[in-house]
Design a protein around this ligand. Sequence first.
Ligand SMILES: *Cc1c(COP(=O)(O)O)cnc(C)c1O
Length: 342
Amino acid sequence: MINLISDTVTVPDQGMLEAMQHAKVGDDVFREDPTVNAFQKRMSDMFGMEDALFCPSGTMTNQIALRLHLQPTEEIICDVTSHIYQSETGGYGFNSGAAISLIHSDHGIITVDQIKNCIKNGHDWQPISKLVVIENSNNKGGGSVYSLQQMKEISAFCRSKNLKLHLDGARIFNVLVESNDDPHDIGPLFDTISVCLSKGLGAPVGSVLMGSKADIARARRYRKVMGGGMRQVGYLAAACDYAISNNIQKLKIDNARAKVLGETLIGKNYVKSIKPVHTNIVIFILKDHIKDADFIQHLSSLGVLAAPFGENSIRFVYHLDISESDHAKTLIALNDVQKFFK
Ligand SMILES: *Cc1c(COP(=O)(O)O)cnc(C)c1O
């Protein structure tokens, strides 16, 4: 089976397993794991931020960021497609007691004007606008991207309004390999950044939260209270470090294949519309008379797994464990699956 359900399905290759096996470890709750310490430093240096914290998941890094920036009765401004809103079990309410103001943007890319329209006036009966979250690339928007210029504009606006700014950069490297921007230019635009190593980069587990020294010191406490303080976790940080050393440039292949898959879908008898393809994600909408479960089943009978993605749409995500021949077979299956919808 060719699994394009998510870029989280990868398993470590031989090189990564060896890096894990040879990792020097210690108790990271006591800050004594040299592999974790070095990896955190590597990431914060790369993004030009003061400090970093290794966490078990991107949900945890995002949730810690929200907790850092928000108090109960304060409000997040973000797009309705955001992972923090759609896919983190309502954690903004559970962990931070926060409210949320949702923007319905084009493909999840919010603008300064849209943020401006969400800011509350400070009346007693309103939540206090406090934090803006952007997602780059944006998953539910079809892997859509913010340019460096767009991020700069949002950052300057947030600073001028005293709003904190968090980047959910779960797939930021899929963006950076296309734009060739230096992560060093991105870090200073945000108060905090979350990056996942367990998506297209291929590590089995691991995300990093980056921010100021003071924020990361507080973040350590929130990680602990969420149960995310881990012991000899250098074995996992070694996998993430290996991913950063070896797998970033490979994301270009995923992005390129996604583009080809998107082009292959054009004109197929089951396709109503396709979201613009920018990175490793392709989302298309089925024609009205076709049920997503039926499409998924027919496609899987041809050896390809995709995800139903709400509102009669289907998502494909490219990743490290898809070979060139898997990719070729997928394109053939997308053609052949038309026979079920004649
Ligand atoms: C996957 C993902 C996360 C984090 O998810 P975990 O599964 O908790 O690691 C956060 N944001 C986005 C946009 C994601 O796609």
